[in-house]
Ligand binder design. Sequence first.
Ligand SMILES: [Zn+2]
Length: 76
Amino acid sequence: MGTLPGTIGLIQAGEVIKLILEKGEPLIGRLLFCNLLTARFQELAVQKDPGCPVCGKNPTIQSLADYEYNSRENSK
Ligand SMILES: [Zn+2]
C-alpha cells in the first residue's frame, strides 16, 4: 500500500519528537507492527541483546566510523 511509508514515517517522526522533548512513552524495547489492510497495530516486547557490539555488556564498537569523504569522486 502506497500510504504505508507515510504512516510509518509519521510514527517515526513522533518518536523522535518524544525523545527530544523527553515526553510520553517511546518505542524503546518494543517493536510495533502495522497492518494497514486490517487497520491493526500490534506490539512485541524486544529484549536487549547482551552480546550486542554497540550496547551489550562488552561493547566493541564505541565510536562512529570515520570515513574519508572525497568530493571529487562523489561528483562524477
Ligand atoms: Zn545494541
